[in-house]
Design a protein around this ligand. Structure first.
Ligand SMILES: [Zn+2]
Length: 569
């Protein structure tokens, strides 16, 4: 038999969690044709002697919806071994939507996900109305990696209600129209339905995004429509305000309605896990209670915890302070000169110390806490805080930040953390009802680098700490998301499965230092982050990346959820 590609002599970590083994993997017609000792030559032979061979990673919580229209690579996600990104999370999809409603819809994405409106306006031609039509448009776009798509509640509401979606409850006719459109989207291959109740999700004018106006009964009706249609996964951005409420009764009510919906609908239901006052205890109690009663609830975990990138080339907590804003408005080389001036520095340090700060939402900077701002030195491991280094060097923390910026021509990055990376994360990663996929990739492109959570999982928890076996870590980012989102024939290295694969050099694997780019359409800023140690990535049997370089191949497709009827045959 002639094979298109043969991956020789690698250690297969097949995605199931089962023990690794050495074998060749042969590919024909986009599928894994044979695993074992392959005698014949392939059209292309890849030497995997020093690599593990894994399924392509699946990133299930992304916001690549707008980016798909201007970036055929799918960067930075594509550089981290991800071969399928699942998008349309937190209620934000680009369909359904009429041409006339596009402005309202972009308003919902713009601030909540920090996707510049000008980039969307210049790149997306809204040539669809229904979600079904949209799937066909996305499928036809040139793509290096695969995408699966959720239908988002904010889009659904705007489509059914127009401007009123941001103001009022839905009438019965509007609700029925939403149910019909949702069912049609699932029938066409949407992998699920998403919504947001999060106070972080605001319009540019500070009003809540459309899905947050919906009553909980509206959410229930729509999730029940999913159940009638035979499934899909329901993702929601939870109401963090309700979770922080001091009133224990209100908190109990919030948890109870999530539990009840999971149990009554039996729809797979998921939300991002974030540490609360009790750590993760009440979130796991909720998940366990729902599942004990027949629900299918699981949490999205993160391999390091959310970090917001701060830098003199992007954003700082001090930017809005009057003393700072004039310096920060200067072009970079003039900023360096100003920051090196002793008198200006003294004023800036003083202003930062006594300034009154705005509390940022989502990925916006928080008032500075220097014991929680890290100086990014090694993106594949832990890093010291500004407070620690300032104390060591006998400096004011702000002075330290300025010194580092001047010394690096403003390239030094800092990470604002809400909780610092610690072993407290391990039970969350290991919990059977979690999937490590809370990347938000494609959103907050000037603020976050969470596109690298998969390579960080491998560099830090597997190689450096040796606290997760490679087999288990790979399962968490391949078979686990594939089964939770119903992506059949993917996520495992198995004969007959789609040949979405990675060759990973475990001695090297890890995120690289992020860079500040101006490569969004219309030149807006974004953080890019590459990886090292991803020796090759294949999508549908085609080599798309070799040592981080794109080969030019664009075999990516829309992966549609298959209907349950067809899987029973
Ligand atoms: Zn999200």
């Amino acid at each position: 038999m002639a094979y298109d590609v043969v991956i020789r002599n690698g250690v297969v970590v097949d995605g199931t969690g089962g023990p690794a083994y050495r074998a060749d993997v042969a590919i024909a017609d986009g599928l894994i044709a044979k695993i074992g000792r392959i005698r014949g030559k392939g059209g292309q032979d890849l030497d995997a002697e020093s690599c593990v061979v894994t399924p392509g990673f699946i990133d299930a919580h992304t916001h690549m919806d707008a980016q798909m229209f201007w970036d055929p690579l799918g960067s930075s996600t594509c550089w981290h071994g991800v071969t399928t990104a699942i998008t349309g999370n937190c209620g934000f999809s680009l369909a359904p939507c009429t041409h006339e409603q596009a402005g309202l819809l972009m308003g919902n994405l713009e601030r909540a996900e920090d996707i510049p409106r000008a980039a969307m306006e210049s790149s997306i031609d809204w040539r669809w109305e229904t979600f079904r039509e949209y799937l066909d448009v996305v499928d036809a776009l040139p793509k290096t990696i695969n995408y699966s798509l959720h239908i988002g509640h904010s889009a659904l509401r705007i489509w059914a209600m127009g401007e009123r979606a941001m103001e009022s409850g839905a009438g019965e006719d509007e609700l029925r129209a939403m149910e019909r459109q949702l069912r049609d989207a699932l029938d066409a291959g949407a992998v699920g339905f998403t919504t947001s109740r999060s106070e972080n999700h605001l319009l540019p004018d500070d009003r809540p995004v459309a899905s947050r106006i919906a009553s909980w009964d509206e959410v229930r009706r729509l999730v029940r429509a999913m159940a009638d249609e035979g499934g899909g996964t329901f993702e929601l951005a939870v109401d963090q305000r309700a979770r922080r409420r001091d009133d224990p009764d209100a908190r109990a009510e919030e948890l109870e309605r999530l539990r009840a919906l999971a149990v009554e609908s039996k729809v797979p239901m998921t939300f991002g896990l974030q540490p609360e006052a009790d750590g993760y205890a009440s979130q796991f109690a909720l998940i366990e209670a729902a599942n004990a009663a027949g629900g299918k609830m699981f949490g999205l975990s993160h391999s390091r915890g959310f970090q917001v990138v701060l830098s003199f080339k992007t954003q700082l907590p001090f930017d809005a302070l009057p003393e700072w804003s004039s310096v920060r408005a200067l072009p970079p080389h003039q900023q360096v000169r100003a920051l090196a001036d002793a008198e200006i520095r003294r004023l800036l340090v003083q202003a930062a110390r006594n300034g009154s700060y705005r509390t940022g939402v989502g990925a916006e900077p928080r008032p500075p806490r220097f014991d929680r701002i890290e100086v990014l030195r090694d993106p594949s491991s832990t890093n010291p805080t500004v407070a620690e280094l300032a104390e060591q060097q006998g400096k004011d923390p702000v002075e330290l930040m300025i010194d580092l910026a001047v010394a690096t021509d403003l390239d030094q990055l800092f990470l604002q953390t809400s909780t610092r990376l610690s072993d407290d994360l391990l039970p969350v990663l290991r919990h059977p009802d979690t999937v490590m996929t809370f990347s938000d990739a494609g959103a907050h492109v000037g603020q976050l680098i969470d596109c690298s959570i998969q390579t960080f999982l491998l560099s830090y928890w597997v190689r450096e700490r040796q606290l997760l076996p490679i087999e288990e870590a790979v399962r968490m980012i391949t078979m686990a998301p594939a089964s939770k989102w119903g992506l059949q024939g993917r996520g495992v290295v198995r004969e007959g499965y789609v040949a979405d694969l990675n060759m990973i050099d475990l001695a090297q694997i890890g995120p690289e230092y992020p860079t500040v780019e101006h490569d969004l359409p219309t030149g807006a800023v974004r953080l890019a982050q590459r990886a090292r140690g991803v020796s090759a990535t294949l999508v549908a049997g085609r080599v798309v990346f070799l040592d981080g370089e794109h080969t030019g191949a664009m075999p990516g497709r829309v992966i549609r959820r298959q209907r349950l009827e067809s899987t029973r045959r």
